[in-house]
Structures are given as C-alpha cells and as structure tokens.
Ligand binder design. Structure first.
Ligand code: NAG
Ligand code: NAG
Ligand code: NAG
Ligand code: NAG
Ligand code: NAG
Ligand code: NAG
Ligand code: NAG
Ligand code: NAG
Length: 430
C-alpha cells in the first residue's frame, strides 16, 4: 500500500510540478538574508546565494536578482553588487541612497573591482558554479544597507516577490521565510556569533519556463553500423532558420561577428537541427569485458563561449564506469540505489571552456565501461544514453526507431540487402 501511495505521489509530482527534476530532486538556489546589525533607520544584511543544483550553473552574463520592498525601504549602499538603476531619490537632500526603487534589480560586480567594493564571494560577474562541479564556487554574496525599514526583528518586513534570472528565465522563487538565525565561526574558530535575524528564499528551475524549445540535441553512431543517426530536424525550433549563417559564409570573417549581444541572442550556424549545442555519442569499440564510447559536444553558436559547462548522461552501464579520458566525471545518485547517471565536466585550463562555433568549437572524451554480462547488449540501441542534459537543459534525442541497428540483431534488417543480392544474382544468371 505504501509503495502504491509513494508511486502515486511521485507521479503526481512529475506531472504537476514542472520544476521537479528526477535527476536532482532537491536541486534549488537558496538566497539567505542575514541581518548583521541594526542601524538608525534600518539594517545591514549580508545576502548569500547558494546554488544547490548538482549540474546547473549560472553562466555569463550572470545572475540578476530582484524583489519588491514591503514598505518604503531604500538601499543606502551596497558592497559586492549593485542595482542596475537608482530610481527616483529626489526627496533625499544630504545623503542620496544607492537605490530608491520599489523593485530593485541587483547584479554582481565584475572581477577586478577595487578592494573596498568587494565582499566575500562577490564580484564574479554573476557566474556561479554547479554544486556537483565545485561547491566552493557555487556561492555568490553581497552586502546591502537598508534604510526606512524596521529596526528590530518585530518591525522589519520581509521583501516580497523575489525574481531570479540565471541569466535567462526559468527560475521561480518562493516567499521569504524566517528561519533560525545563521551562526558564524570567528576566523580563529574559537567563538560563534549569530545573525540578528535570518530569512531564506528558495528558487527552483523549470525548463518549461525557460524556453519553448530544447537548446541541444543528440546524434548517434556506432562501429557496428555505418548509419549516423542525426539530430532530429528542427529539434530546437526552426523559427530562426532565415537568420542562420552557413559555415563557409564570408560573413564569418567580418570583425565583431563573435561579439556577444546584450540580450544574449545567438548567431547560429545553419544546420538541420538548428540547435546551439549538439552532443554526439559514438559506440566505438567492443572488448571482451569492456566497451568504449566516444562523446563529443559541438557548439554551433558563433556568439557564445560556454564556460564551466556540464554534461549529464543517463545510461544503465554508468554504474560501471572504469575510466573517463580528458573530462572530469562524477556519478550522480538521485535515488540511493539507482546509479545510472553521471556528470561530465571540463578540466580547468584544459577544456572547461567550450569555444564559440568554428574549428575549435568542440570538445570530446572517451569513456571505458565494464560490461555486466547479465545486462550488456548492443541490441536495440541499448548502448545509447537514455537522457542527455547539457548545462542542465535536457537535449532532444533521435526517435528510437532511427538508432543504428546491430546488423544481425533482426532478420528484418537483413531482408533488404538479401533480396537485393538475390535479385542481382537472378539478373546476372537469367
Ligand atoms: C534546497 O536544496 C538543499 C540542498 O540540497 C536542500 O537541503 C533543501 O531541502 C532544498 N530546499 C527545497 C525547498 O527543496
Ligand atoms: C537557509 O539557507 C541556507 C543556505 O543559504 C541553508 O543552509 C539553510 O538550511 C536554509 N534554512 C532553511 C530552514 O531552509
Ligand atoms: C526576535 O528577537 C527576540 C529576542 O531579541 C527573540 O526572542 C525572538 O524569537 C525573535 N523573533 C524572530 C521572529 O526572530
Ligand atoms: C509580484 O509580481 C507579480 C508579477 O510581476 C505582480 O503581479 C504582483 O503584483 C507582485 N506582488 C507584489 C506584492 O508586488
Ligand atoms: C571566446 O573566448 C576567446 C578566447 O578567450 C575569445 O577570443 C572570444 O572572443 C570569445 N568568444 C565569445 C563569443 O565570447
Ligand atoms: C556509482 O558508480 C560509480 C562508477 O561509475 C562508482 O564509482 C560509485 O561508487 C557508484 N556509487 C554507488 C553509490 O553505487
Ligand atoms: C543500420 O541502422 C539503420 C538505422 O536503424 C538501419 O536502417 C540499417 O538497416 C542498419 N544497417 C545494417 C547493415 O543493419
Ligand atoms: C562487472 C561489474 O563490475 N559489475 C558491477 C557493476 O556495478 C554494480 C553496482 O555498482 C556492481 O554490483 C557490479 O558488480
């Protein structure tokens, strides 16, 4: 009975909550406000954003955080971040606040700002690593000094309506909730201090909010069949087909063609799939106890370098990964017992940067897997991944019937050549 109920709840979660990710069920970004001191007309808070998502990072141009003040609060100053607009501060005479907007929009500062404008974990241009890739870089923080606010934990009002772009849409943030105050250890680790008041906001990601179409696709090939199964046509939508650039176009030698646009709009190479990213999985070799696959990721966007990229693959044999060449690898175990999912990511200074489209716009690796003789087979596309995610976005797979077949696995596949041969023989001899 219990199993039935939990299965039902699981299905309900899958179908009703768009944000539920079976590969990373608790993945979220948590924004924590710690009030560190009260001031004459408000408070000073440190705001910490933790990315608890295993494989989804925030890439350049970084995060944008917004909220709505509950009363008439203003921001006197900020350290380690800034609002994009000051708003109307005309009623202030001597001291002019940093921002008077009812709904401030905050962005991180760029690396290299003067020391007196820095705050711990700030100034990374809003780039935040995935938790699974680098927990120490999965955090971003700034300090805000708020005026015309409450000056005690009874009178302070929590900001509302948090919004987070990371850097595009996709995140939904819940309400701020007062939680037990955060405790801090002094640098000598001999004394504990605590925030005067703490609240948390949790934001979760949904692909359906992010975009209408996938942003990557998957193609397949194998040593046992010369067919290359291409990405599905228009896998990422063909609306921009007339704006794409052919790989041999003269336009590509024009200076500035690679410069990213402010709104991050892509300049895609013309392909049948029209995806900015293609992941290719090649079943390369068969040994007695092992088999080998080659993975290649190709960038088709002339205006984008992917930094700190992640590639998540689900395949039943990933529980027996023996060696991964030239990428880092980390198993993701979403449900204690099922160990069929893993994350590949680049090695620092070697291939953690996937360059813009063109001759250097690709990265590749090989994976050596040990066969479990009970389950291993090349039949029915078993050797191809079940799911593929690039930078946390699920990639579109080709339809199952188009996977490269094992030639002797089905009589149907032999029927064609055989009939042809018979007809040829008949033709020649009669
Ligand atoms: C957010 O992620 C953390 C770390 O995985 C987890 O402990 C917490 O329960 C999550 N919060 C929500 C609301 O899912
Ligand atoms: C609040 O957020 C922090 C991370 O910023 C997390 O460690 C803590 O568990 C959260 N508290 C609650 C009650 O969710
Ligand atoms: C406010 O502070 C008092 C003590 O100063 C404490 O007892 C109370 O729990 C706090 N309330 C909140 C909501 O943090
Ligand atoms: C929150 O944002 C939504 C949409 O942006 C808006 O309709 C709503 O009025 C806002 N609520 C508050 C309290 O500002
Ligand atoms: C990608 O990185 C290279 C090397 O750092 C740089 O020359 C190029 O302009 C970058 N391209 C884009 C689209 O940002
Ligand atoms: C999952 O599989 C990897 C090999 O791919 C192995 O190193 C790891 O120990 C396994 N984890 C569990 C919990 O079985
Ligand atoms: C290779 O795979 C394709 C696609 O599934 C199939 O149509 C073809 O018959 C296969 N070739 C051989 C020689 O089996
Ligand atoms: C052949 C082999 O190594 N099989 C192992 C694959 O992984 C599972 C679970 O991780 C092990 O139980 C098998 O022994």
């Amino acid at each position: 009975m219990r199993i039935v109920i939990s299965a039902w709840i699981f299905l309900a979660l899958c179908s009703f909550s768009a944000a539920f990710d079976p590969l990373d069920p608790t993945g979220n970004i948590t924004i924590r406000w710690d009030i560190m001191s009260w001031t004459a007309d408000g408070y000073v808070a440190s705001v910490t954003m933790n990315n608890f998502q295993m494989y989804r990072h925030i890439q350049a141009p970084g995060w944008t955080l917004g909220w709505t003040w509950a009363k008439k609060e203003v921001i006197w100053s900020m350290v380690g971040a800034q609002t994009t607009e000051q708003g109307d501060c005309s009623k202030f005479k001597a001291n002019v606040p940093h921002c008077c907007k009812k709904t401030p929009t905050v962005v991180d500062l760029l690396p290299g700002v003067p020391y007196n404008q820095q705050f711990s974990n700030c100034c990374k241009g809003g780039v935040v690593a995935a938790w699974g890739q680098d927990p120490s870089a999965a955090v971003s923080a700034f300090q805000v000094s708020v005026g015309m606010a409450g000056t005690s934990n009874k009178t302070v009002k929590l900001p509302k309506n948090f919004t987070l772009l990371g850097p595009g849409p996709g995140y939904t943030c819940g309400p701020a909730r007062v939680v037990p105050p955060t405790t801090f250890l002094t640098p000598d680790r001999r004394r504990k201090t605590q925030a005067l008041m703490t609240w948390n906001v949790t934001c979760t990601y949904s692909r359906f909010l992010a975009s209408k179409h996938p942003s990557c696709c998957v193609s397949f090939s194998s040593f046992y069949n010369e067919t290359i199964t291409a990405c599905p046509t228009c896998a990422c939508g063909c609306e921009n087909k007339n704006k794409c650039v052919k790989s041999d176009s003269k336009l590509l030698s024009v200076v500035g063609v690679n410069t990213p646009k402010k709104d991050n709009s892509p300049l895609l190479q013309c392909t049948r799939h029209m995806c900015p990213i293609r992941v290719h999985w090649h079943v390369k070799q068969n040994y007695k106890d092992y088999w080998r696959a080659k993975v290649a990721v190709t960038n088709f966007n002339y205006r984008m370098n992917y930094t700190q990229w992640t590639l998540v693959v689900q395949h039943p044999n990933l529980n027996n990964v023996t060696q991964v060449f030239s990428f880092n690898y980390k198993p993701l175990v979403p449900y204690g017992s099922i160990n069929d999912t893993g994350m590949f990511y680049g090695m620092k200074f070697f291939n953690d940067l996937l360059m813009e489209a063109g001759p250097t716009g690709n990265i590749q690796s090989e994976v050596l897997l040990q066969k479990d003789q009970n389950t291993f087979t090349f039949k029915q596309g078993w050797a191809f991944p079940r799911k593929v995610y690039f930078n946390g976005e699920e990639c579109m797979l080709p339809p199952p019937e188009s996977y490269p077949f094992l030639p002797n696995s089905a009589r149907k596949t032999l029927a064609g050549p055989l009939t042809l041969l018979v007809s040829l023989v008949m033709f020649l001899f009669f």
